[in-house]
Design a binder for this molecule. Structure first.
Ligand code: TXA
Ligand code: MG
Length: 307
């Protein structure tokens, strides 16, 4: 059930999390399936609801950066600076985990991924609950992440005690995942927070995990973010094709996308969902520029086009 984010409903959602239920939580990136970290059985249920392999670790969401101290055995030299620069916001940091984190949340890894989301509804919920919340994107394994409450798949929604409607997610693609467990900070999943923005704060170069570097971050599957329709990358769309273009739309199934990468990312999943809902067989995506500012968008569309 999708409900408006009134104080009473946020309070109710917190109560449900405390009782070991799952709820749909809006964030500034995408909607998540939330479970309290204090309820390991609920955390385990997330994997079944998503159809997600058990070895794929979840992101733990916090109300305040200080809660991170409890969850990590060694925050290292960069965590605090990055947290004050980018939290609340779409940066996830991977740190060595403490005993406080049940291994079900980390897919058995000895590291934990944490972030403070920026959405006011998520922040209010997390502060009322006063416990960390694990929340993967609210999509079935390999499918599109929802950026509107109504885009959460029915097969997932039926397992959620309620879904808080936080409107359209502003960032529209998942957070940047940054591994802080090695010598050098390393981007595992590109996002709105870029390597340049991170370098500026930590004062060292940031490396980028190899494309499809599946070992270090088991959730980075080559096929992901896929609509039901087959996605085809192309230079430009012909007049009869459905999909995302940079030109003016030539038919009702073409969507003219912004030429700015941040604005493009904000709409990407919603527009793919719209085309999927129209029942088209193929979605053609006009290739964006090959430039650093487009890295996160490229990452998502390449995976969505993966056979
Ligand atoms: O924007 C987001 O991050 C959204 C919202 C709901 O916060 N959440 C999200 O969660 O995208 P999920 O589970 O769909 O993606 C989690 C990503 C995966 O790529 C996973 O491999 C990586 O984070 N990850 C989580 N824990 C990790 C760990 N301990 N080490 C390496 N990578 C980790
Ligand atoms: Mg996901």
């Amino acid at each position: 059930m999708i409900v408006p984010p009134t104080s009473a409903n946020i309070q109710l959602a917190a109560q449900m999390l405390e009782n070991g239920e799952l709820i749909g939580m809006p964030t500034e990136t995408v909607y998540g399936i939330a479970a309290s970290l204090n309820q390991p059985e609920a955390v385990a249920r997330i994997f079944r609801v998503k159809g997600r392999p058990e070895g794929h670790p979840l992101i733990v969401h916090l109300a305040k950066p200080e809660q991170g101290f409890d969850l990590s055995s060694d925050i290292g030299p960069y965590f605090e600076r990055l947290a004050s620069a980018f939290w609340p916001g779409p940066l996830t940091m991977v740190l060595p985990k403490s005993d406080r984190v049940p291994s079900v949340a980390t897919g058995g890894l000895d590291t934990v991924a944490i972030r403070v989301p920026k959405h006011p509804v998520a922040l209010e919920l997390l502060s009322i609950l006063d416990a960390p919340v694990t929340a993967p994107s609210a999509n079935r394994f390999t499918r599109l992440s929802p950026t509107q409450a109504g885009h959460i798949d029915r097969e997932i929604a039926e397992h959620l005690a309620l879904i808080l409607d936080g409107g359209q997610c502003q960032v529209g693609i998942e957070s940047t995942v940054l591994d802080l467990t090695g010598e050098t900070p390393r981007i595992l999943r590109p996002g709105h927070i870029t390597p340049q923005m991170i370098s500026q704060v930590v004062g060292v170069d940031v490396c980028i995990a190899g494309d499809m570097d599946g070992n270090k971050s088991p959730g980075l599957h080559p096929k992901h973010y896929s609509p039901r329709a087959t996605v085809v990358l192309c230079e430009s769309l012909s007049a009869d094709q459905s999909g995302l273009t940079f030109d003016a739309a030539e038919n009702a199934n073409q969507i003219s996308m912004p030429k700015d990468p941040v604005a493009y990312a904000a709409r990407l999943y919603s527009e793919l969902q719209k085309l999927d809902d129209l029942g088209v067989d193929h979605i053609f995506i006009a290739a964006p520029p090959v430039a650093p500012a487009w890295t996160a968008v490229w990452d998502r569309i390449k995976r969505s086009a993966h056979p």
